[in-house]
Design a protein around this ligand. Structure first.
Ligand code: URA
Length: 434
């Protein structure tokens, strides 16, 4: 089928042949199919979906668009974690060193910010010197020697997803179950893992707004993983407010390091420990989740987790001193607080709006080629359920360029709702699937 016919077939709700899907993705990767035709196909998939056979073919074509790494020479069960994306989601930054400190080798290929969500690579790159574009030979060596390596998609690993991820980000085709599933699973299966833990975010700051959609996405990814011979466990976790209090790249690095020192907000700490415990069990380093939790808490207490992060930063060309001295991270020149206009309790935070406000401030990209400012972002001074008086600061905006600040302030104020009573606390971990 010619690209035009394939797009038209999906637009009209027809089933695509695996061979046609593969040919289209191969041609897109090599540049023979232009971005505008891939955008049109993604939009057709957004509305029409993919069935299990189509999804298997799409994922496999993306996986095989590049090199499928073999880490067979690295001892141990290699386990990674992937999040479907959220706001303030800096879990990978603390989870990877924690798991590695407890003996699980973590090969991690991460993404950049997407839509309103932040990306691990952007956060890591706010550490001066940190390199995420290491050659595959270094990646393999660091997983073996340091126990962890965090890189971006190289031109050779899942290149179809690398291109498509950036395209979907700017064509409103991100929040689509088959496209998310194939994106995540293709790059995760390419990185040489034996098992995978998925953090499927649910709520106003997630691509999946309902538990039903999140469960469907989790089951879809578990199914694709099983078809390819990998063990996959998924936790559905709350994203009805940003995780922790920091939103923005360097600010999130600081909060992640604080987590490894046992000083981070409880919600972020809990989600990180729950996901990392799953990794320890899958990786054979703990016989139960309870035992895994004990090991993780010990790694925080005895400093081995934070030392592992320093080791990773140094091995990847970054400044390990920035982990002890946060002033070596990018700092915004100015701060201004968003003040509450009502009295009572915070009853909700429109989390996607907070993510989009962060993008507007420069913490994320508005176009494929935008440069981000690693220093800017927010500190949430009030979260859901906390009391607030008129004039109290809700959010601190850290900025360099004053131009977007008034718009960002208005967005943040509109994102907060207050009421006379504190809402019932909601569970952070909604479900476990595996
Ligand atoms: N994370 C990914 O890696 N891909 C998506 O499509 C969405 C979240």
């Amino acid at each position: 089928m010619r690209p035009y016919e394939l797009i038209k077939a999906k637009r009209d709700g027809k089933r695509l042949e695996p061979g046609d899907i593969r040919a289209f993705i191969e041609a897109y990767t090599s540049g023979d199919v232009p971005d505008y035709q891939m955008s049109a196909l993604c939009m057709a998939v957004f509305f029409r979906g993919l069935d299990a056979v189509e999804l298997g073919a799409w994922t496999r074509a993306m996986l095989e668009s590049g090199e499928v790494l073999d880490l067979g020479d690295v001892p141990g069960v290699k386990v990674d974690k992937h999040s479907t994306g959220g706001v303030g989601d800096k879990v990978s930054l603390s989870l990877a060193p924690l798991a590695a400190a407890c003996g699980v080798p973590v090969p991690m290929i991460s993404g950049r910010g997407l839509g309103h969500t932040g990306g691990t690579l952007d956060k890591l790159e706010s550490i001066p010197g940190f390199k995420v574009d290491l050659p595959v030979s270094d990646y393999r060596r660091l997983v073996r020697e340091v126990g962890c390596c965090l890189i971006g998609q190289t031109a050779s690993v899942a290149p179809a997803d690398k291109k498509l991820y950036a395209l979907r980000d700017v064509t409103a085709t991100v929040d689509c179950i088959p496209l998310i599933c194939s994106s995540i699973m293709s790059k995760k299966l390419a990185e040489g893992i034996d098992a995978l833990v998925l953090d499927v975010k649910v709520g106003s700051g997630a691509f999946m707004k309902t538990v039903e959609d999140a469960r469907l996405l989790a089951r879809t990814m578990i199914g694709v993983g099983a078809e390819m011979g990998r063990k996959v466990t998924a936790l559905l976790t709350d994203m009805n407010q940003p995780l922790g209090r920091a939103v923005g790249n360097a600010l999130e690095v600081v909060e992640a390091v604080e987590m490894l020192r046992g000083r981070a907000p409880a919600d972020y700490t809990e989600v990180t420990l729950a996901l990392t415990a799953e990794m320890l069990v899958l990786g054979g380093r703990a016989g139960s989740l309870a035992e895994a939790r004990q090991k993780l808490e010990r790694a925080v207490r005895d400093g081995s987790a934070v030392r592992k992060l320093q080791e990773i930063v140094e091995a990847q060309g970054g400044d390990p001193g920035a982990i002890d001295d946060y002033s070596r991270l990018p700092q915004a020149r100015s701060q201004v607080d968003v003040l509450a206009t009502e009295e009572g309790f915070v009853t909700g935070i429109q989390t996607e709006a907070v993510g989009l406000a962060a993008v507007a401030l420069g913490a994320g990209r508005q176009r494929v080629d935008s440069r981000i400012d690693p220093a800017v972002g927010f500190t949430l001074l009030r979260k859901v359920g906390e009391p607030v008086k008129k004039g109290d600061p809700l959010v601190r905006i850290h900025y360099n360029d004053p131009a977007p600040v008034e718009d960002v302030r208005a967005r943040l104020l509109a994102a907060y709702s207050c009421g006379p009573r504190a809402p019932e606390p909601q569970p952070l971990i909604l479900e476990r699937l595996g």
